[in-house]
Design a protein around this ligand. Sequence first.
Ligand SMILES: NC(=O)c1ccc[n+]([C@@H]2O[C@H](COP(=O)([O-])OP(=O)(O)OC[C@H]3O[C@@H](n4cnc5c(N)ncnc54)[C@H](O)[C@@H]3O)[C@@H](O)[C@H]2O)c1
Ligand SMILES: [Zn+2]
Ligand SMILES: [Zn+2]
Length: 346
Amino acid sequence: MKALVFHGAGKKSWEEKPKPVIQQPTDAVVRITKTTICGTDLHIMKGDVPEVVDGRILGHEGVGVIEELGNSVTNFKKGDRVIISCITSCGKCDYCKKGMYSHCENGGWILGHLIDGTQAEYVRIPHADNSLYHIPDGTDEEALVMLSDILPTGFECGVLNGKVQPGNTVAIVGSGPIGLASLLTAQFYAPAEIIMIDPDDNRLETAKKFGATQVINNSKENAVEKVKQLTNGKGVDTAIEAVGIPATFELCQLLIAPGGTIANIGVHGKSAELHLETLWAHNITITTRLVDTVTTPMLLKTIQSKKLDSKKLITHHVKLSDIINAYETFGNAAREKALKVILTNE
Ligand SMILES: NC(=O)c1ccc[n+]([C@@H]2O[C@H](COP(=O)([O-])OP(=O)(O)OC[C@H]3O[C@@H](n4cnc5c(N)ncnc54)[C@H](O)[C@@H]3O)[C@@H](O)[C@H]2O)c1
Ligand SMILES: [Zn+2]
Ligand SMILES: [Zn+2]
């Protein structure tokens, strides 16, 4: 089969790899029908995630069809259409029992990280019963690719951890697919203000269409001054970091009101400063989280009932075999006006 293979920072190729086989009775092999590229894949390509070794197939999002099943998988049969969760979980260990699938002792975020991932014609999914979801008849597969990672991530790590409340003020730093997923799902809770901050005017335009009440281009304007103006000098109740660089985590510390919550989503490759000399007395909370994907079934229902239109996060369609070009498009998102790029395995 063909797959997108990582060969060290800055190096990748679309090349021949052995088709995956069942290794454990709890495995499934899924034929990928649609997959996509995440901001985390860009971090991996930058060398920010050193556990990813030379030869690894990247990708942790996608939908597909069950091709092979291990003997002990009971929830699925061959030919079933499935959503692949970016988090693999056994459902049995202490962390899984707490709903903290991301720290599953036998899984977690391993796809396209510690084991081969979904940017390929086929992928092996361990613990298939707990790590795959059925695609309901009549639902749009492309809309469901957004459930593998970005919607649960924006919701769990941003909105839930950030304690978004009715009437509150929220700032989201980073208007990429993840920041926009937080923007969409924050609106379940009717906050009064959602301020999106990004240097990319196109992504800010999209944010306005998706329900942002204010947008700030922080390459042209002083985001701290503008947020203070918009919040009577107080700052915001929730600041969501959806970029993954020190500057944006530090910006969140300057935006947060007393009593507020900073919810970090970004994958960080470098240490960031924590300004305890000002924050120690501000009664704030800082949260971090790897997405658990425990809200995937709930989010699926909101898509099915059309409360959430996840398809509008998709801007580009490319053949899976053109994935190298798709990385160029997603990696130059401002120039290409790109959000999520759907890769179809034809
Ligand atoms: N915690 C988790 O479980 C988890 C899961 C998935 C993704 N992530 C991380 O979430 C982050 C966002 O992912 P994405 O797919 O949206 O990435 P992306 O690269 O598409 O988007 C990042 C956005 O940040 C903006 N940006 C860059 N510098 C900025 C600055 N100084 N100020 C404000 N905005 C700035 C960019 O213009 C871009 O729109 C990444 O770090 C990704 O690795 C975390
Ligand atoms: Zn991801
Ligand atoms: Zn587990």
